[in-house]
Design a protein around this ligand. Structure first.
Ligand code: 57M
Length: 358
């Protein structure tokens, strides 16, 4: 709203001209979400505690019993700070912003239903895996179908390093993009198993994609770096800035030892939004690099479950996802978390480097 209220006054108050700049509004979207989360966080956590939405800890896992009762569904705090900041700083006439909000809220509602059944109704397993996946696919299908209908969007698949290799997937782009969104959402969900383990890399990914969408929406930069130019997509950098701020604000309370967990309402919405932003700037394959930790965590589960079934009970890892394997190897939780963050930053730097390698 700030953009719509103050920028029109720039003719009379010239300093308000600054509100036209995406970079300025992205930075202040981050600051707004971060400060809001730090201010509102304690009240939100206390509210969740009063609602008795404490985490149930499965006995079969690593020794997390001391975490039992930690309030979960902290993704509500993240989402509130993100959405308030986006509504304050983004250009609300931009269709890409509304599609990002739709994906974030849609995936968040699927996660909220799962959390509600698991934590509030004490229905241990929450939504069935099939029900959760169906909800994610429906939300993704709705967003991607609208996206490909937009005249300024292309269904070409951009391949990093190969500037002339961009096959047009046409209608096949829809199932491909749905796969990206649901895969990203579930990968973040699986990774969210230690304090700050998912939100740290999610902040790094959001910051990295703020650069990618800004470049994709800037005709001169897009042409110079030979990436797809999508008019208007640069505004999504404001959404990414809010994701960074809300993520850092949530990490303020989710850092080890966590005062709150994000719940599926957080992990599914954050993962879905990251996948959608990657689709918007046509960096779907780069998402696998920037979000490499999420990919590795998911692959560890696929390999573990597959090997377990094929060998009749043998395991590759002591426990999957991978972070539990390191726990079983005796690494302290905080060491695993910080090393994941370091690797996440390295992957983001490598991904940004592909912008110059064409
Ligand atoms: C998401 N949820 C955490 C918290 C968070 C197929 C199988 C791989 C599924 C997987 C699974 O259950 N995944 C669900 C992971 C859970 O965190 C809650 O879930 C939300 C995210 N969706 O926000 O509300 C636990 O993680 C810990 N935690 C923290 N700090 C945080 O900031 O310490 C979470 C956030 C929390 C808390 O203890 O209770 C989770 O781990 O379940 N299953 C698993 O990941 C299990 N692995 C497993 O069974 N491996 C098997 C096979 C199936 C691959 C094997 O290796 O043989 C592990 N998870 C648990 N116990 N809880 C191990 C067993």
């Amino acid at each position: 709203m700030i953009y719509h209220l103050l920028y029109p006054l720039s003719d009379t108050i010239s300093v308000f001209n600054v509100f036209r700049y995406i970079t300025f509004r992205s930075v202040y979207a981050m600051v707004t979400a971060l400060v809001l989360a730090i201010i509102v966080g304690p009240t939100c956590i206390e509210w969740l505690r009063r609602l008795k939405v404490g985490q149930y800890i499965k006995e079969c896992g690593p020794d997390h019993q001391q975490k039992s009762g930690t309030p979960t569904m902290g993704g509500l705090l993240y989402g509130m700070c993100l959405l308030v900041s986006v509504f304050l700083w983004a250009d609300l006439t931009n269709p890409f912003i509304w599609l990002c909000v739709f994906v974030f809220v849609g995936f968040g509602l699927v996660g909220l239903a799962d959390d509600y059944l698991k934590v509030v109704r004490r229905h241990n397993d929450g939504l069935s895996a099939r029900g959760k996946l169906l909800g994610q696919i429906l939300v993704a299908l709705g967003a991607v179908s609208v996206l490909v209908a937009l005249p300024q969007y292309s269904t070409k698949l951009m391949v990093p390093f190969f500037k002339h290799l961009h096959p047009d997937l046409s209608w096949f782009y829809i199932p491909f993009a749905v796969f990206v969104l649901t895969g990203s959402s579930n990968a973040v969900n699986l990774t969210d198993g230690l304090d700050g383990l998912a939100i740290g890399p999610a902040v790094v990914c959001a910051a990295c994609f703020a650069v990618f969408v800004y470049v994709a929406g800037h005709v001169n930069l897009a042409n110079y770096l030979q990436v797809a130019y999508i008019p208007g997509v640069g505004e999504v950098a404001v959404f990414c800035g809010a994701m960074v701020g809300a993520g850092l604000g949530f990490l303020w309370f989710n850092a080890y030892p966590a005062q709150v967990f994000m719940g599926d309402v957080g992990s599914l919405s954050i993962g879905g939004a990251l996948g959608f932003v990657a689709v918007l700037c046509k960096q779907e394959l780069i998402l696998a690099v920037v979000g490499g930790l999420f990919v590795v965590e998911t692959l560890s589960v696929i390999l573990q479950v597959g090997y377990f079934k094929v060998t009749g009970g043998r395991r590759i890892f002591r426990m999957a996802p991978l972070h539990h394997h390191f726990e079983k190897c005796g690494l302290h939780e905080s060491k695993i978390i910080v090393r994941f963050w370091i690797l996440s930053i390295l992957l983001a730097v490598l991904a940004l480097g592909t912008l110059k390698l064409r």
